[in-house]
Design a protein around this ligand. Sequence first.
Ligand code: SAM
Length: 486
Amino acid sequence: MTQLALPSVTSIVEADEFIVGHSDAVQHAAIIHLNAFEVDFWNKSLSLRRLLLLKRLFRSNPAVETRFRERRDIHLQAIGGNEEPSRVHLFAYAKAFSLINRANGGCFGGGKVHRFLDLGCSPGGFSSYVLKHNWGAQGVGVTLPDEEDRIPVQIDSDLLANYDVRYTDVVAFVARSTETDTPPAILAHDGSPVRYDLVIAGAFPVLQGAIPWWRRTQLVFAQLILIFANISKGGSAIVAINTKAFLWTVDVIGMLRQCFETVTAHKTGRLHAVRTSCYLVCRGFRATSEEVDRFTGRLHGALLFLAAVPMESSQDDNGRWEYKHGPEDTPLVSGQSAAEIFTAHHRFVLDLFEPLWEVQYNAIRVDLAGVLVDLYGAEAGIPKYAESDGFDSPTDVQHEAVEHSLATSFRPWPHRQPTASPDDYTAHHPDTIWRSRGRGQAFSQSGQGPPEGLFGRRRSQTSAANSSSTGYHPVEKLWDSTSRHR
Ligand SMILES: C[S@@+](CC[C@H](N)C(=O)[O-])C[C@H]1O[C@@H](n2cnc3c(N)ncnc32)[C@H](O)[C@@H]1O
């Protein structure tokens, strides 16, 4: 199948026409490489087809890449400075958590959380929210070993009486627990054994540049093992996950449906909308110990497979990975075949993800409008029709693009609402990439710190006043460049 010829659009109206003209009839192979499992989703979802088409159009515009590079350079230059790290991400994550809480009937505030574990906790927005809104709650945060001086945890010191930060890589921690055949239990802030009523699995690569697909999957699987080892009966888990219809993602969602009473999906705020990720909120943990053992065993097996992937892959001169295995080869954790997984869960996953795909579509469309307005003037932006339509004016669009905001007033599917409505906070995108001064690819998954980080009491320098002088700065990432598969 020949690739679809992408037009050089000069206005958002042309982009809209292109999408409308192709989303019904276009063949997936003309746009993207999909495996048989993903093709079944493609065939069932107009939202997915529209999103993938728009992404192709967006990325094909040379100005998009140029803008991205310019912004990244500005941020990287700023990294040479000596200023204290900004707290903008802390506040953005706290706001994001408030949206998750609100979308779930306030179940993570008002004193309902007693003990919580926050994986990938820095800079500490989620933990700050939970500590502030659950008086007396006890918490443990886990983050990478070199975060103490790189992306410091910035939780206010007056919230720290019942909170402890452990510095370790969660993937390495789980691997060591397998080697030593010890359960990866994470002790409470005071060193006592405990089960947590909320486990947040929010560790997410915040590397600059392309992140190999197996790293993200490794992180999710390691955190799922930690959920099983540390959650209490009836407890909740929040899992950061990709919103692509990968077989392994649907498989994991199927497993979570079996283990929890409810599973919902949320994007957190206007600036998260553009990303190919969401938070799954899983409530009412109900898995039996047999199920936990079975799933944990399979997750360990899948982690062994993933650990071998980089050894069987190579990087070309441009740093692009050539993989022997793709996400579709990841061992399944539910114990079902791909066909069984599709039959059992595709309707549920479509109901979960389609509203998010639509939110992401609108967000990318606004970004594209900003690019086109810069190139061709205000007329190229989103047209202002009748007031009652709620469309944005081109000036608004330009302003929003500059601010990296995402308008949500344009909804091609007005009858549908996202599970969490994007709010109006204008801080930087929470899932921004960070890079440390003078440390290059410091988010390595290997060479991790000592396991005692999780067991010993190690009070961090967590208040803003005490944070390290090593600066970090946001680099906006407008799209996902995970692998050659997308
Ligand atoms: C998106 S941020 C999380 C923000 C956090 N939820 C908050 O509220 O501030 C992702 C975090 O995961 C951490 N992380 C990434 N990989 C990790 C790993 N292998 N082990 C532990 N933490 C990791 C990153 O350093 C980063 O702090």
